[in-house]
Design a binder for this molecule. Structure first.
Ligand SMILES: [Zn+2]
Length: 399
């Protein structure tokens, strides 16, 4: 067992990183980790950090090791992770990171700074960072993460060693889901109904390489049934009234789901606040810390997070709807053998649709979905955006 076991479908990257860790005296100090959302790039960054800090290079069960487990949990004093759910990373945040980066590590061999979404930096902010990643402090390692190398400025690219993550295969994701949440595992034993191989396969397929999403599908079965309802609903669209009903269901469902996810995140953050300061779940938080503690999940922040997340959920729904027309194209081009269908459960309805639509009409549907995404990003009202989209997806009636 090793710290790398937490990572799915990235064997070549792990091979590179474990070699780097074994020769840590010559380690490159500035890294750019590129991987699409869900490829698990932040997990890879944390595992890399753990292996660098750990006296045994992470080559053991991370839960039995204080160093590994605290790095993975985000509580190690020498590893700083900048995550943001803001659109851009602020210049002051980066300045304070730089200050941290210049301090000697307190207990471990390296001071490690992970920036999760370095693509969310303006050019001005990036410029503040350049000198640091060009010549990091002697004991400092920077790990910058972004969806792809093209998403960051060339000035960053040229100063970092690029590591590109693969989109994990369906088989790798399926295996991971069963290994972690299968009915015979400690986590899986608490999941009702149990995660069967069939469910794991479906979750892996419809998440299209997005591990975090695949995990949500098996652990929050309601999400899976919501998605199924959307796909079934789109495939059953016949008249405008169907479109109106489905649009309403989608926009209300997104708001509900966002609320659940945000509240779960607040509970997790409160728990990690307690553990990192040595309080148990039932200990009273002393007055001096109460303000900081209560700030987690403050109502105005909570509301804002829910709005933002519900946009993400709607965006995901657009991706789901898009997968129908992707499958239609696969069938129209007789490419199922190589490409496979995402929505295997709906094979017969999708086959019907692939006959009903011309190729041009199938492409037109994909463009309509892209338009809906632009409207949502431009703050369009979800209900109206989806009504317009779904009405436009109704297959034409031919005489
Ligand atoms: Zn360790």
């Amino acid at each position: 067992m090793s710290v790398w076991d937490t990572i799915v479908g990235q064997e070549p990257v792990i091979a590179t990183l474990s070699t780097v860790v074994a020769n840590a005296s010559e380690v490159t100090q500035s890294w750019l980790m590129a991987g699409p959302p869900g490829s698990g790039r932040s997990f890879v960054a944390r595992a890399f950090a753990a292996a660098l800090e750990c006296p045994q290079h992470g080559e053991h069960d991370p839960q039995t090791c204080k160093v590994c487990s605290s790095v993975l949990a985000g509580t190690h004093p020498d590893v700083t992770v900048l995550t943001t759910d803001k659109v851009t990373i602020g210049i002051d945040e980066v300045r304070s990171l730089i200050e941290t980066s210049e301090q000697m590590p307190a207990t471990a061999p390296w001071r490690i700074i992970i920036i999760e979404d370095v693509d969310r930096m303006t050019e001005r902010t990036t410029n503040v960072l350049l000198k640091e990643i060009e010549e990091p402090a002697e004991h400092t390692i920077w790990i910058l993460c972004a969806p792809s190398a093209q998403d960051v400025l060339p000035t960053i690219r040229s100063r970092t060693r690029l590591l590109t993550l693969a989109v994990p295969t369906n088989e790798a994701v399926e295996k991971f889901l069963l290994g972690k949440y299968g009915p015979d595992t400690p986590l899986g034993a608490q999941i009702e109904p149990p995660v069967t191989p069939q469910i794991a396969a479906q979750a892996a397929r419809i998440a299209e390489g997005h591990i975090g999403l695949a995990v949500l599908y098996v652990t929050h079965r309601k999400m899976l049934s919501e998605r199924t309802a959307v796909i079934d609903g789109v495939l059953a669209l016949k008249r405008t009234s169907d479109a109106v009903v489905l649009a309403d269901r989608i926009s209300a469902g997104a708001a509900r789901q966002a609320e659940v996810e945000v509240d779960e995140r607040i509970v997790r953050e409160q728990a990690s606040f307690r553990t990192s300061r040595g309080f148990s779940a039932t200990d009273k938080i002393p007055p001096a810390l109460r303000r900081e503690y209560n700030a987690i999940g403050k109502e105005s922040d909570r509301k804002r997070s829910i709005t933002r997340l519900s946009r993400d959920v709607l965006d995901r729904t657009l991706t789901d709807i898009s997968s129908i027309y992707r499958d239609v194209s696969v069938l129209q081009n007789h490419a199922e053998e190589g490409a496979g269908l995402v929505n295997l459960e709906n094979r017969s309805a999708i086959t019907d649709l692939s006959v009903k639509l011309t190729r041009a009409e199938a492409i037109d549907r994909v463009e309509r979905i892209a338009l809906a995404r632009r409207r949502l990003n431009g703050n369009g009202a979800p209900l109206l955006v989806f009504e317009a989209l779904l009405s436009g997806l109704i297959p034409p009636r031919r005489l």
